[in-house]
Design a protein around this ligand. Structure first.
Ligand code: BTN
Length: 261
């Protein structure tokens, strides 16, 4: 396997960085090799042949156009805190793309990044642990960077930074920016054991707060209004009977009232 460490991408959070020209899935590689990978290792691949999305979906990415990256974390926190990592990653990606491109990037809670109601980045967090100890968290981040066209089945709901901004983006610069933003929010979370800094970002740039949404859970679907994201990173909704409910990120998929968002 062609595998090298990219010195030029070195930073604190991504130490060391493992790079592939092509691999099935950076998340799967991280999980397979988890015992040999240090806390805060970054896995990057120029292409994935079997990229995975949430809920068993595929993640498509053509060679050289996107970012396919997994962060390996082995923090000393309770497993219940692990789900918050998705929110930290979403806030980091949102901030990084905003700063680098000036595009109006929003977060579709909990794990999609959208521009003009279309998805530009997805996050897949996979975790393993015992009752009171996390063994590992692998955060997979896929960003559509310089893709100029999507297949007909994706066109309606996917976009790229190039399509939205009409400018090719340096992927290395974006990776470094995402890792820097992630590091800041992650260290703040580990230090204070609260999500406050992340919450500021995900509330400010939410694609769903205040909107009518559909919540899809397995085969069930319900309409609701997205009211707020609470201090635990859970979504507070108002259901059709006017009652408030808490939705946790693991179980659901969110859509706009009529379209993707
Ligand atoms: C989703 O939106 O459903 C999540 C998509 C996550 C894609 C990334 S690309 C890097 C990492 N490796 C994978 O196989 N998936 C994640």
């Amino acid at each position: 396997m062609n595998n090298k460490t990219l010195q030029d991408l070195y930073n604190d959070i991504g130490q060391p960085i493992v790079y592939f020209d092509s691999i099935d899935s950076t998340n799967d590689y991280a999980k397979k090799e988890i015992n040999n990978l240090k806390d805060k290792t970054i896995i990057l691949s120029d292409k994935q042949t079997a990229g995975k999305g949430r809920r068993g979906n595929e993640w498509e990415s053509s060679k050289g156009t996107g970012i396919c990256m997994s962060l390996v974390l082995k923090p000393d926190i309770y497993p219940t805190e692990g789900t918050k990592m998705t929110q930290i990653a979403a806030a980091a990606v949102c901030k990084a793309i905003r700063d680098l491109t000036g595009l109006n990037v929003l977060i579709k809670w909990p794990n999609d990044i959208v521009i003009n109601s279309k998805k530009v980045c997805g996050i897949l967090t996979e975790m393993s642990g015992e009752l009171n100890k996390i063994r590992y968290i692998v955060i997979g981040i896929g960003v559509n960077v310089n893709t100029d066209e999507f297949s007909s089945n994706l066109k309606e709901k996917a976009t790229s930074l190039y399509i939205e901004g009409n400018k090719k983006i340096d992927r290395k610069k974006l990776i470094v920016k995402i890792l820097d933003e992630f590091e800041e929010l992650y260290e703040s979370f580990i230090e204070k054991l609260n999500l406050d800094d992340t919450l500021k970002v995900i509330r400010k740039h939410s694609a769903i707060l205040g909107k009518e949404i559909r919540i899809i859970q397995g085969k069930k679907e319900k309409r609701a209004k997205a009211i707020e994201i609470n201090r635990q990173g859970m979504l507070v909704i108002e259901n059709e009977n006017g009652n408030r409910e808490l939705i946790s990120s693991g179980q659901v998929s969110i859509r706009g009232e009529h379209r993707y968002i």
